[in-house]
Design a protein around this ligand. Structure first.
Ligand code: FAD
Length: 327
């Protein structure tokens, strides 16, 4: 894409990085170079970059904090745009945050602003844009609980649009935004929260930070949970799993079997391929022990899926988003 980068370079100057290693922009610390990389400081930067990319047939992808992505070893043949627009404002119980605002920052800021309802996101890596697209959640909260509207740029119609909560069609780690083609860009998100007590909110933040430290591996690079938990709709055949182990009643009540529990039951914690390793603290975390490659992670993913399917008859599905594997 050497020639086609010229127009992007003309618009963004030195800010457009060529052959930029992506590993340094994502949590996993894995991934080859992007032909072109732009840190979008404003929503207009992102929209302009996409317009140019589309007019030149340059493949493009948007990332936020890079905390839920695995980038291919060969990198991405096209333009990677990372959101760095980070303004936010409060209007009573409503908060509107640009897509590049870090979720954890917003969790603390809303408590400081005397609001409640977003404390759960205090330990959530990444941006609010990435969180809304995948309906991120933890500690009893999910994006869908507080989103009122989402402003997107739709490259198909080359226009901005405000999506209502109902239009977002939030489901477990899913929203319609994930399935729209061409992929839209979340520009900002408006949350409706409740009036809160700052002191209570702060102690809830501390409690969640403590719980995360206990449950999740600290310090190692990862993309968080590798697989989605298995949602039960009453129609699946669990006899094979039941033959092997007792399914805790709380999972049946919650209609969800944690992927980490299945990985643990299959004795896969600590399994290693190269420098990619299943965490022995949390089975659903795949860690980069230093020099892991995307290829090693994918081999590990494939091994886990095969073992869980063969042994328990359950099909795991990746939660992590793959970038560059089809270019
Ligand atoms: C240690 C660790 C712990 C984690 N714990 C949790 C947890 O408890 N719960 C949970 O749900 N997740 C968890 N995650 C996963 C991750 O933090 C969330 O999914 C997060 O919301 C992703 O945001 P991001 O900005 O990093 O998205 P990215 O990883 O940058 O991108 C994820 C996807 O969203 C798309 N995207 C990003 N920004 C935009 C945008 N503005 N518009 C359109 N598309 C966009 C990307 O193209 C990509 O497909 C964890 C991750 C790590 C590393």
């Amino acid at each position: 894409m050497a020639d086609s980068r010229a127009e992007l370079a003309e618009r963004f100057g030195d800010r457009l990085k060529k052959d930029e290693p992506l590993a340094k922009h994502v949590n996993f610390r894995i991934g080859g170079p992007a032909d072109a990389y732009l840190e979008a400081k404003t929503t207009q930067d992102a929209v302009d970059a996409i317009r140019i990319a589309r007019s030149r047939n340059i493949p493009w992808v948007i990332i936020g904090g890079g905390s839920n992505v695995l980038i291919a070893d060969a990198g991405f043949r096209g333009l990677v745009i990372q959101t760095a627009f980070r303004g936010w404002r409060q209007d009573g119980n409503r908060v509107t945050a640009d897509a590049g605002v870090l979720s954890a920052f917003l969790a603390r800021a809303t408590v400081d602003a005397g609001l409640t309802g977003f404390e759960w996101a205090i330990g959530l890596p990444g941006t609010i844009g990435g969180a809304v697209r995948g309906n991120a959640g933890c500690f009893g909260g999910e994006m869908k609980d507080s989103v009122e509207t989402v402003r997107i740029y739709d490259p198909g119609s080359d226009a901005e649009r405000l999506m209502t909560w109902a239009e977002c069609k939030f489901k477990y780690r899913d929203s319609i935004i994930k399935h729209m083609n061409p992929a839209p860009v979340v520009l900002d998100v408006t949350l409706t929260l409740g009036p809160g007590d700052k002191k209570v909110g702060k102690s809830r933040l501390d409690e969640i930070i403590r719980a995360r430290k206990e449950k999740q591996p600290q310090g190692a690079s990862s993309a968080g949970c590798m697989f989605k938990n298995v949602t039960l709709n009453g129609k699946e055949d669990l006899w094979k799993l039941r033959q092997e182990t007792d399914i805790p009643s709380e999972f049946m009540e919650a209609k969800s079997i944690p992927a980490g529990w299945l990985i643990d039951q299959a004795d896969l914690k600590g399994t290693k391929i190269g420098d990619a390793e299943v965490s022995d603290k949390h089975g659903n975390f795949c860690l980069n022990r230093g020099a892991a490659t995307a290829d090693q992670v994918m081999q590990l993913v494939s091994l886990i899926k095969t073992k869980i399917r063969n042994r328990f008859g359950v099909q795991l599905e990746e939660e992590v988003q793959l970038i560059g594997f089809d270019s």
